[in-house]
Design a protein. Structure first.
Ligand code: BGC
Length: 722
């Protein structure tokens, strides 16, 4: 394995791509995530550090992850001139993120306005070995001068999200060589303690401490000779009160004793273990190999290892997009990666939904329904946090109504589906008994009360919803939703019976606690069979929702060369009058439930819906699912084209919005496309199988996965040998 397949590289500095690279170079450890922003000032930089679960109040979006003080802040004054990319001249610039261990290194040669040339190497990592610890280093060499060097680094309590400040100052103190800043979020009252130490390679260098209010700063000063290399490094400990107890890896740290080399070694060891479990090897396609690893890397740094009270936002911890909110992106797109490579993280993620059942019960009841209705967007406590009105991105003086929080209700079945998939893959019966069953039953109960009886057709309908394709909102009988609900109700009936026979004691207490009776569940079984399911016997087509076939068909070729989504080009109202999909909907259903549709039916629907789907600029969730369906049906060119689209979502910024954060669902979908699409992995109750179909040029596809507590290995060669 050559290292270029492990390195994301920025060669030369391009001011236009600052925000994009900030996202791509995000580092993290499953608790913290820090964007790859520069240490020093740069206009418009969007530095952020988010910690899972640290939400605070915000207008319009209800809750958002609060941006922590920037632990990477570091200014270098070189003989009286402050290093910055805004002034002087760059003689060399290279930045590299090593996916092997999450080490970010920026190497530069900089000529100051007064002509002094220095070499600077910044390195940093967020420790995998101790979740609270972040380390940073700068190596400085004056190349054509001698003079005084001053390095300043502080913790700025005035950190904000865009323009909103979330932190109130509580206290700050200095003890020996470290100082600590204590803050509290304004609305949610979460306490944060950040401590810092600044060290250097020369014991005789002068240290100073500036106890500036809300921005305590340390500095190191030394007179350097020409060509004398000097290293300054910094360690920061971040403690978040509610999560302190949960993290066995987050032991208290004595910052005085922290050593860069020892910490890096411990950190690397854990990364090595992570990659042993989760790498996907692709031979014969280097660009895709790198993108695959970058996706896995971003999932690994986002997955909560030690808390079951938090979840992954649609943009992971890498940006302010969607404010850190969790969507179905977790269960349907990202979760399988964890289920198959790190089941404990998958369990944590599903447990978050279990702990947040009260929010879902509350939502159902507020809407006049029974059981649990999960929020479309979820933050700390599982209450609905989807914005209702947002400023229109093309003209912020106009407001756009967002209906997803009201009617994008398929998420409750998506979560139940994920619970079942997790169980099937891991065999984790304890989880199912203690938590999974309750999620499935309470959400089934919601559906039973949500179904609407149509006395004319003598069927149940589900009206006024949004399916996965959000180009069409407030539609009736979305096929994805209706089929999922039938599956869900049938499954719940099965789980109820299974619990009763296999775990009678737990069954009894659960049924009592939830007041669930045999009659009620029998009613679910009856309702499931009477749900309206679209299917045209003559054509084999499934109509995406009532009236979809009557909408105008667009010829996507008329929009050749576009750089925006069809919805954005036509406007929300007009796009809704066309058949253009933002992302697969009927095909999404067929991906999740292949057992319900013969391959010929899948192919008929694939051929129909593919040209109608905005795979280029619609949702980033689309291409990976399209790739899997295409691979399944042997449409290898379409499969590869869409796989590449998903692979490039962030590295190449194909949608132009990577600045807002990593597309976590696309990353998870890419993993699924390789594993379930190209390798054709199928999981049964008792066994698994593969049905490989490699894209042209791929020589090898290899990975490991966990099945029922045992690690399995797949190694597919182009010749077809395993
Ligand atoms: C997609 C949703 C997705 C959300 C968050 C939307 O654009 O249509 O399916 O859940 O983004 O990623």
């Amino acid at each position: 394995m050559t290292d270029h397949n492990w390195m994301v590289v920025e060669e030369g500095f391009d001011p236009e791509r600052v925000a994009h690279f900030e996202t791509v170079f995000t580092q993290g450890n499953g608790f913290l995530g820090t964007r790859g922003s520069f240490e020093e000032y740069y206009p418009g930089k969007h530095n952020s550090t988010f910690a899972h679960g640290v939400f605070d109040d915000v207008p319009i979006f209800f809750k958002e992850l609060a941006n922590l003080p920037d632990w990477t802040e570091l200014f270098v004054d070189l003989d009286g001139e402050t290093f910055s990319l805004v002034s002087g001249e760059l003689l060399g610039y290279r930045r590299c993120l090593s996916l092997r261990d999450g080490l970010l290194v920026r190497e530069l040669r900089w000529k100051s306005p007064q002509g002094k040339i220095s070499s600077l190497v910044f390195s940093r990592f967020i420790s995998r070995a101790n979740e609270r610890l972040c380390l940073q280093k700068v190596e400085i060499t004056p190349e054509n001068y001698a003079g005084k060097l001053l390095v300043r680094a502080g913790l700025d309590g005035g950190a904000s999200n865009l323009d909103l400040k979330h932190w109130d100052w509580l206290n700050q103190r200095q003890q020996a060589k470290t100082f600590t800043l204590e803050l509290k979020t304004k609305g949610s009252g979460i306490k944060l303690e950040m401590s810092q130490i600044l060290c250097c390679s020369d014991k005789n260098a002068a240290h100073s401490y500036w106890n500036t209010f809300n921005h305590p700063t340390q500095a190191i000063e030394k007179v350097l000779k020409e060509h004398e290399k000097f290293t300054v490094w910094k360690a920061v400990e971040i403690k978040v009160a509610p999560f302190e107890q949960e993290s066995p890896a987050g032991k208290p740290i004595n910052l005085d004793e922290v050593q860069w080399d020892a910490q890096l070694a411990a950190h690397r060891k854990l990364w090595q273990e992570d990659w042993q479990r989760s790498d996907i090897i692709i031979e014969g396609d280097d660009e895709t190999q790198l993108a695959m690893r970058a996706s896995i890397y971003h999932l690994l740094i986002a997955g909560p290892r030690h808390s079951e009270r938090v979840n992954i936002g649609a943009k992971t911890l890498s940006g302010q997009g969607y404010r850190g909110h969790t969507f179905w992106d977790t269960e349907i797109f990202m979760l399988p990666f964890f289920t198959y490579t790190n089941p404990q993280i998958a369990r944590n993620l599903l447990s978050y939904r279990y702990h947040n059942l009260p929010g879902a019960l509350e939502k159902a009841s507020k809407n006049g329904f029974e059981g649990a209705q999960y929020p479309w967007e979820s933050a700390a406590d599982g209450r609905e946090v989807t914005p209702v009105w947002v400023p229109y991105h093309k003209d912020p003086s106009q407001m756009v109504r967002i209906w997803c929080g009201d009617v994008e209700i398929h998420i409750s079945s998506d979560i139940a589906y994920a619970v079942l998939q997790y169980w099937k893959a891991t065999g984790d019966e304890r989880f199912m008994v203690d938590r999974g069953a309750e999620i499935v039953l309470q959400t089934a109960r919601f559906w039973a009360s949500r179904l609407e009886w149509n006395s004319q057709t003598q069927q149940y309908e589900i009206n006024n919803v949004i399916g996965p394709d959000e180009n069409h909102d407030r539609i009736d009988n979305n096929a994805y939703t209706n089929y999922m609900v039938r599956w869900h109700l049938r499954t719940a009936v099965g789980i109820f019976a299974w619990l009763k026979t296999q775990h009678p004691a737990e069954f009894k207490s659960l049924a009592e606690r939830l007041s669930l009776s045999d009659e009620q569940v029998a009613e679910w079984a009856d309702k499931a069979e009477k749900i309206f399911l679209a299917f045209d016997e003559k054509t084999g087509l499934i109509e995406q929702f009532d009236g979809y076939f009557n909408l105008k068909t667009l010829d996507m070729r008329d929009f050749a060369g576009r750089t925006d989504s069809i919805q954005s080009i036509l406007g929300v109202e007009e796009a809704a009058q066309t058949q253009t999909l933002k992302q697969p909907d009927v095909l999404m259903l067929m991906y999740l439930h292949p057992e319900l549709f013969d391959p010929e039916i899948q192919k008929i629907n694939f051929d129909y819906y593919t040209p109608r789907t905005d795979l280029e600029y619609g949702s980033s969730l689309g291409p990976s699912i399209q790739a899997i369906m295409a691979a399944r049906l042997g449409e290898m060119q379409n499969a590869y084209e869409n796989f590449v689209r998903a692979a490039q979502a962030d590295l190449k910024d194909v949608r132009g919005n990577a600045r807002d954060g990593i597309h976590g669902a696309s990353a998870g979908g890419l993993w699924q496309a390789a594993v379930f699409g190209f390798a054709g992995l199928k999981i049964g109750e008792q066994a698994w199988s593969i049905d490989p179909k490699l894209p042209q040029g791929w020589k090898r596809l290899a990975f490991k996965f966990w099945y029922h507590g045992k690690e399995e290995s797949i190694d597919i060669r182009a010749e077809g040998k395993r």
